[in-house]
Design a protein around this ligand. Structure first.
Ligand code: ATP
Length: 265
């Protein structure tokens, strides 16, 4: 295990000397209760291997965002262990979180700037990511002049510029229209295929989860537990025709049923 791998513990967490194997991200019996007494998560155990793309679906309020916040260190868990290299983490939210006073190029350079990248190097990487994101020609536009889909592309480019080993996605396409969302799904697959990060993707859309993922996990209603896990075996990279295949509909149906049971159970 490299020294860069950070294990996070709270004071209340029991000592745990087990190694996380080769996982890129591991939750080991993680529970979380907010200071007001709201228990968000209940003994979540999930090991995500390098190169996996895992989507998390579950009832609204079951703790999906909280799980990503724990992985990133934005929130602290109450018990259990989380293993992840926080020095190599990407994170995007439903809101693209671009700085309105910075042009696209300066927004994409932001995280590299904060990490102290050499100016010429960060400019080179930013331009490359802007091109990959399909935003060439918009480098000098302010975010207010971009569509929702373009803002999200810029947000992805900003995170991908750091070449993260693990990328956390919190419903990044939830606010977009369906056509834009499907197009961004394909663009994300292209980026994932190229940059080979490990993905953790929270979504309310089962077809989106199935299309993107190597695995889909289903959480119970709050306090969230993992109640089902589906390996998604369709060949990669996925292409749009997959969405219209009977096999795709069948897998979506199985997950939908598991989600329905999770909501009722
Ligand atoms: N700071 C907080 N203090 C107290 N409770 C909180 C706090 N943040 C979130 N919660 C509660 O914790 C639970 C889990 O919230 P979380 O945002 O993780 O759910 P979610 O599954 O991502 O929801 P959604 O699908 O609706 O986005 C919810 O009941 C929420 O109201």
């Amino acid at each position: 295990m490299t020294t860069a791998l950070a294990q996070t513990k709270t004071d209340k967490a029991p000592a745990n000397d087990r190694l996380p194997g080769n996982a890129a991200l591991m939750f080991d019996a993680v529970s979380m209760t907010f200071p007001d007494g709201t228990q968000a998560l209940d003994t979540v155990t999930l090991a995500i291997q390098p190169g996996e793309f895992v989507s998390i679906v579950g009832p609204s309020g079951c703790g999906k965002s909280t799980l990503l916040k724990l992985a990133s260190g934005l929130e602290s868990h109450t018990s259990g262990d989380i293993w992840v290299d926080r020095d190599s983490l990407g994170y995007t939210f439903q809101d693209a979180t671009l700085l309105p006073w910075r042009k696209v190029l300066a927004n994409v350079e932001l995280l590299m700037e904060l990490r102290g990248f050499d100016p010429a190097e960060r400019r080179r990487i930013a331009l490359e990511q802007i091109e990959l994101a399909g935003l060439s020609g918009f480098e000098n536009h302010y975010p207010r002049r971009l569509s929702g889909g373009m803002k999200m592309r810029a947000s992805l480019a900003r995170s991908l510029a750091l070449n993260p080993a693990v990328f956390l996605f919190d419903e990044p396409f939830g606010a977009l229209d369906e056509i834009t969302r499907e197009r961004l799904n394909d663009e994300l697959i292209a980026l994932y295929t190229r940059q080979k990060f490990t993905g953790v993707f929270v979504t309310h859309s089962i077809p989106e989860a199935v299309y993107l993922s190597t695995k889909v996990v289903v959480m119970s209603k709050r306090p969230g537990r993992i109640v089902a896990s589906f390996d998604i075996a369709f060949p990669e990279p996925r292409t749009p025709e997959l969405r219209y295949s009977s096999g795709f509909a069948e897998v979506c149906g199985e997950i939908s049923l598991a989600l329905r049971n999770a909501m009722e159970g």
